[in-house]
Design a protein. Structure first.
Length: 257
């Protein structure tokens, strides 16, 4: 598409479905001011209350306090083995499209019987999840953040590699928004219990896994080959512009002489 500049492997072109309506307008940005605050106030370390260790009696007391503060039936329950179950709400704020299995047969790219390479292409379709998509999950106290990501992707039948996504905790304090990426082994329900039911104190957001370094292992071979082609084209364009600039400087100097 000329609007979103989406690039895909040539054999996958007929399998991709994107609802691209052009570049977003000024009023289409989702949580524009908040995004700036989040980027400026990211924190890497959990706060002190998140590091707190609770014994069995404290867990039971916290669950009672938690259940007394909510206005729904999304209660937490203490199990006989000392674990507990409850609900967390996750908001999906994905900028890029996600891939799901194709719902209907896609015609072959070429007429006649497809060859063995064409048969090996997994049919999938891509689309943007609606803004503000929210999902409630019923999980255990020892459910890890990585397992929450897996469960969310299964709920929406997303076939992208889970390592492309990350679970973040979001909090508001002193008119500032703080965003912290959860480690794979962190337990979201435990954080929910420690924070209480307030969404301002703590909420969960699924976003792209922006680590500052690209996790190339999360991409397929066709995607990696495509990236190499794009890099080569960009490099060739930079070299062309640089040579053109030096040629113009040389020409000006010769004219001056």
């Amino acid at each position: 598409s000329p609007d979103c500049s989406f690039t895909c492997h040539y054999r996958c072109r007929a399998l991709v479905r994107l609802d691209c309506s052009g570049p977003p307008g000024p009023g289409d940005e989702d949580d524009g001011p908040e995004q700036v605050l989040e980027k400026d106030t990211n924190v890497d370390e959990p706060s002190e209350w998140e590091k707190a260790e609770l014994d069995q009696a404290q867990v039971e007391q916290r669950i009672k306090e938690y259940n007394s503060q909510i206005n729904s039936n999304l209660f937490m329950s203490l199990n006989k083995d000392g674990s507990y179950t409850g609900f967390i709400k996750v908001q999906l704020k994905l900028v890029r499209p996600v891939s799901v299995p194709a719902t209907k047969r896609v015609p072959s790219l070429q007429a006649g019987r497809p060859g063995p390479r064409a048969q090996g292409v997994k049919r999938r379709t891509s689309f943007y999840l609606p803004k503000g998509t929210v999902k409630h999950l019923h999980i255990l106290s020892h459910t890890r953040a990585s397992e929450v990501i897996d469960a969310l992707l299964r709920k929406f039948t997303v076939v992208d590699n889970p390592r492309k996504f990350a679970l973040f905790e979001r909090s508001e304090k002193d008119e500032q928004v703080y965003l912290r990426k959860l480690a794979d082994e962190e337990q979201p329900l435990r954080l929910r219990l420690l924070a209480g039911p307030s969404e301002k104190v703590l909420s969960f957001v699924l976003k792209e896994n922006e680590t500052g370094e690209v996790n190339w292992d999360a991409f397929t071979l066709p995607e990696l080959h495509n990236f190499l082609r794009i890099l080569q084209r960009e490099e060739e364009e930079h070299v062309r512009q640089l040579r053109h600039r030096y040629a113009r400087c040389r020409q000006k100097m010769q004219e001056a002489l």
